[in-house]
Design a protein around this ligand. Sequence first.
Ligand SMILES: NC(=O)CC[C@H](N)C(=O)O
Length: 467
Amino acid sequence: MTTLADPVPGGRPGDVERATALGGELSGRGVHGVVLSYVDTAGVCRVKTIPTAKLASAAAWGVGMSPVFDTFLANDSIVATDVLGSPDGDLRLYPDLDQLVALAGQPGWAWAPVDRITQEGERHPGCSRTALRRIVAEAAERHGLSFRAGIEIEWSVGQGAVEGGEFVPAATGPAYSATRQVELSAYTADLLAALAAQGVEVEQLHPEYAAGQFEISVGALDPVAAADRSVLVRQTIRAVAGRHGYAVSFAPAVLAQGVGNGGHIHLSAWREGVNLHSGGAGRYGMTAEAESFAAGILRRLPALTAVTAPSPASYLRLKPSQWAGVFTAWGRETREAAVRIVTGTAGLREQAANLEVKPVDLAANPYLALTCVIAAGLDGLSSNTPLPEEITGDPARLDPADTAARGVRRLPASLPEAVEEFRKDERLRAALGPVLADAVIAVRQGESEAVEGLDDERVAAAYRWKY
Ligand SMILES: NC(=O)CC[C@H](N)C(=O)O
């Protein structure tokens, strides 16, 4: 379980003693430095690093970093909001010791995600991890709910240092093939070993559809830990690939055409140890609350895409009939519906039943994405939003008049359209708070302007190696 308590100057109770002991232990194992990481509004993971000997001081007083990074674009240019984007000011980064881990893929280094507070000891309104901790705490207080979440990771493995920044797949075998598995077998075995050494429970690892693409899924955790894990697993995937001479990309569309890299979110709501998505009187065993939770997400998907598909490159991936789920529809185990109800197999349902949100990619800040998906679900649950009729098959192949009559909408086809939807959605903006919501809008607008006039190939190239 991740701590939901805010950091305080001087350290959360017990943290300094713990950090002293952990730092000593890590040093004894040859760990020289700690990577402190957080994810910015554009979805880029930014870091500071400290010597292991400074871990206790970081737990007590944090490590300085400018808030200007909250309005960085993926290309490192900076936009501004009323509050953010100024070169003034400083924040303190506090490592979450519950998540501190020695990096098996980067010997000599450990890693921890951070919460950011102001120099005055207040919550930084631009901290996405804090926003997620806040909504998780609210769900517990107001609804007695907790969550289990998992973020799938798809990535493309390319040959390292190719001239011109082109993507040349490191494997040539077909989709899901044994050939590709064999081609990259040394890399993926080392990856599994590194993740196991880091205590990451892996469910599956397999060659995916697109050229050189793989997918990994990891065990479900509380939402903050699940977002942290997504960051850690990507750091490990990249580090181990580097040791094998490969370059990896988590960009939504490494190439302009074809199936992209998704980052589907799996989520289930629980009360007193009982999974609301199983054993109920609703469809496929959902309780009435689980149906409304799913309906809340479904209803807000057009606005959610500004957070879950935040890059101009996201809209190269978000195309019909590419398993990205671009229609506001749900179905049981339906790969083309934006919300897929996963019942799990008979015998495992009480544990496994969950819902999957598909129009999510890995340019999304996982903390922002989970905050907004949970907020949308909770809104549906509190207002008893009815879940419409399910769909089967691919909505792109159904009669458009029929899908429209059923309320099935195509999700925004561009980032500016998604931002317009987000702007109108007061509930999602409130879940992030005004400072973060403005940062989302400003950064998305900046990204859209950065690619104005570029054709699809150039848009894909612009983000290919940013994620
Ligand atoms: N197997 C899958 O679900 C593929 C997902 C697809 N690659 C996406 O972009 O979402």
